[in-house]
Design a binder for this molecule. Sequence first.
Ligand SMILES: [Mn+2]
Length: 382
Amino acid sequence: MRILHTADWHLGKMFYGEYLTEEQAHVLTQQLLPLIKEERIEALIIAGDIYDRSLPPVGAVALFDEILTKIAVEAHVPCFIISGNHDSATRLSFGNALMEKEGIFIGGELATLHSPIVLEDRYGAVSFYLLPFAEPAVVRQYYSEETVKDHETALRCLRSAQKIVQDTRSVCVAHAFVTGGVPCDSERPLAIGGSECVDVSCFDGFSYTALGHLHGPQKAGGRDNVRYAGSLLKYSFGEAKQKKGVSIVEIDAKGHVAWEQIPLVPQHDVRIIQGRFADIMTRPEANKEDFLLVRLEDEEPILDGLAKLRKKYPHVLALETPNRMIQGAPERKFDVRHTNERELFLNFTMAMRDGRTLSEHEKEWTETLWRRLWQEGGDGLL
Ligand SMILES: [Mn+2]
């Protein structure tokens, strides 16, 4: 069976004040949907965080509606969806009993999870177990299970509450932080205090586990058959170097798994560019429309830097000036009473610039200033 595993779409995500809905629509309609046919996909999995927030903006709901309809009506591929920590399980589950008839299976509310959904391919049955994200307190109360105290015990409880079908081939869909995983800047922690981690042994016995939550594509707990597909797009500048995409998973007759990661390429990439202002403004740049973080290496302040940069790069979303930042609070060893004004200025400059002294050009320039101050009667000020 060939499965397309994707996760963490975060529809309705706002990135530095810009909605990414158009970008998301582009990769979903122009790249992900065509893959279903091209790769002869027999089942699609979306492993949580469909939306970026529990009450998503209307544009995000309209996009998800369009994509789901195309999956069911045009592609005719069964689709398994679970809610993640960003979704509202109840809202995501709207109409799920009706949609099951069209092959769309949504795991959100605990009340609807009783047994796996079984699909057939030419080798026989493959069972899909949906384990949506749920707060430990919710699981403990719903199942009256006092032993549920953290995310791991909650997940084990959800798993054991499902009727197990005797089969050789099975797929688990979950939204969790498996111990040892590498997080990035755009995931919201699952637990504040206490452990958000679950051990990979929670997924023992499944042929493949399709995970959501971590936004970088990776295997979990060192196992090739327990994987994060990663998010649809880059949702922070910390992810600038990551390659986003979907996993295509093939389960053979015996339940062995092979997988391949297929990249998704957005219209506007998320990138970091670095250099001196004058250089960045004059050098040739191919993708000026990308979403950019600009790291200016200049020591001197650039007046209206962001506005000037945006004339060339319309989507500069963030600006950093690392060489102008003060690292920690420097110790001030000078004695104001026994220091003349020039030494005082030099010491102040060094304190503000992490110990770097004046360049020759700056020395010349400040010397001119001192002279002007003296000549114009500035001695009264000093
Ligand atoms: Mn997520």
